[in-house]
Ligand binder design. Structure first.
Ligand code: GDP
Ligand code: IMO
Ligand code: MG
Length: 444
């Protein structure tokens, strides 16, 4: 049952887009399973840069069928624009399929997201203002619109007549904002349906048929483990389940159909938005990571908070996702730092703890305990084998692997597809990530 999950192990922006694009070479289907256009996945192909928010990162390969799964919340405007952008750049988007069961982000969701954030003034979550939370809330509330509803004009009208007055009561009554007009929303949504009709279908069935035929499916997560609604730093999280388990509910595959979980992480950490972050740096090193790592949000342009790598959260993320191997990104960003620190535990109220705390209050009080590694000067971006890397860089990768307890199969030293080192060699534990990459390298 060859389904593979790609999941972020930190607070998002680990380089899942690069990982998915790379691994997509050897699969037939790539599926986004949760989140919405809050995600920003960047892929670099030679001189070309693609920034994707909704369309799965496998789309750049002509042999892939890109699927937006039922677990995604879709802003049809973003999807139409993104497909137009790809089309204008020569990418065939006729292949894109969107689950009929995926929920729709409506303009009132976006308005509510912004309004709720401004009311929290000073205590905002720092959402992306894309309407993600309100759309998932309506799904749970069972008043959401699904992609299939966009294809049924009269049913859509009835649903909007039921839900819009409620939304308007909150928007106008609580937040003093302009109400929405049912007729205008209906017209907009019918037009979206008309433009997206040929893409909307039963994607669960498509995937189940593909799996039954033995085809390879890659399930691409957005955000990351520490932003998971259940397993992250609640309430400073997103409103879906980025963890590998979310791939089952968000794509319609069963747990036993997944045989590989590839965790993606970068060689340091970042976080966008509010919430506790024990290893955050507000100093020269933080600025090095921000500037050298170009840590500015793909979706909102915000500066990402930057800090040292945290192995406490890594061990937790490896466990809750049942990670089988890891892709380590952005090792090149650490060049030229005199020393590199690795958080190996916390001090919470004076006591040493090596486990991820359940409460954000405890996490906010956690002081990192560091191990220090020597840095290196050399630029890594042109290196293509572990042997070429400075011995200090190899020692750091080894330490990360030991902390993770699973192999780091791929090491990335630059944003471009080819700036990747396949680490697991012959004789090492059988690992499809590495095998997939070797096949690719041989084919090239
Ligand atoms: P995602 O949301 O997990 O897909 O990650 P983002 O695309 O938001 O952020 C990762 C950024 O790092 C992107 O701009 C990538 O092009 C870039 N990137 C990925 N891997 C590497 C790497 O190994 N080195 C460098 N320098 N940049 C990388
Ligand atoms: P990718 O897929 C990093 C963060 C927001 C905020 C919190 C809730 O590119 O890794 P939301 O708009 O989802 O309700 O915001 O989640 N966030 C991300 N941070 N990368 C992302 O996606 C994110 N998507 C949401 O900054 O803290
Ligand atoms: Mg991103």
């Amino acid at each position: 049952m060859p389904a593979t999950v790609v999941v972020g192990l930190q607070w998002g922006d680990e380089g899942k887009g690069k990982a998915t694009d790379l691994l997509a070479e050897s699969v037939s289907w790539v599926v986004r399973y949760q989140g919405g256009d809050n995600a920003g996945h960047t892929i670099v192909l030679g001189d070309e840069v693609f920034k994707l928010h909704l369309v799965p990162s496998g789309v750049l390969h002509p042999h892939i069928t890109p699927i937006i799964g039922n677990g995604v919340v879709v802003n049809p405007r973003t999807l139409i624009d993104e497909m137009a952008m790809l089309s204008a750049r020569g990418i065939d988007v006729a292949r894109v399929r969107v689950s009929a069961a995926a929920h729709v982000i409506m303009p009132y969701h976006v308005a509510l997201d912004g309004a709720m954030e401004s009311r929290l003034a000073g205590d905002e979550l720092g959402t992306t203002h894309r309407g993600i939370g309100p759309a998932y809330a309506d799904r749970a509330w069972r008043i959401g619109l699904r992609m299939s509803d966009l294809l049924d004009a009269s049913g859509l009208r009835m649903r909007l007549e039921r839900v819009v007055p409620e939304k308007n009561a909150v928007l106008a009554g609580t937040y003093g904002l302009q109400p929405f007009d049912v007729g205008e929303l209906h017209e907009l949504a019918v037009e979206w349906g008309r433009r997206l009709a040929r893409h909307i279908c039963d994607t669960t069935r498509l995937l189940q048929e593909a799996l039954a035929e033995g085809q390879h499916v890659l399930l691409e997560g957005a955000q990351g483990t520490l932003l998971d609604l259940d397993h992250g730093t609640y309430p400073y999280v997103t409103s879906s389940n980025p963890v590998a388990g979310g791939a089952c509910t968000g794509a319609g595959v069963g747990p036993l159909q997944i045989d590989q979980v590839i965790g993606v992480m970068k060689a340091y950490s970042t976080r966008v938005g509010a919430g506790p972050y024990p290893t955050e740096l507000d100093d020269e090193t933080g600025r090095h990571l921000l500037e050298r790592g170009r840590e500015f949000g793909t979706t909102t342009g915000r500066r990402r908070r930057c800090g040292w790598f945290d192995t406490v959260s890594l061990r937790y993320a490896v466990a809750v996702n049942s990670v089988s191997s890891i892709m380590l990104n952005k090792l090149d960003i650490l060049s030229r730092l005199p020393e590199i620190r690795l958080c190996v535990g916390y001090l919470v109220d004076g006591s040493r703890s090596d486990t991820w705390p359940l409460s954000v209050d405890a996490l906010a009080r956690a002081e990192p305990v560091y191990e220090t590694f020597p840095g290196w000067e050399a630029e890594l971006s042109g290196m293509r084998s572990m042997e070429e890397l400075p011995v200090e860089a190899r020692a750091y990768v080894d330490a990360l692997e030991e902390a993770a307890g699973v192999p780091i199969a791929l090491v990335s030293v630059g944003p471009e597809r080819t700036q990747t080192i396949v680490r697991a060699g012959p004789g090492e534990p059988a690992d499809r990530t590495a095998r997939m990459q070797r096949t690719r390298a041989n084919a090239a």
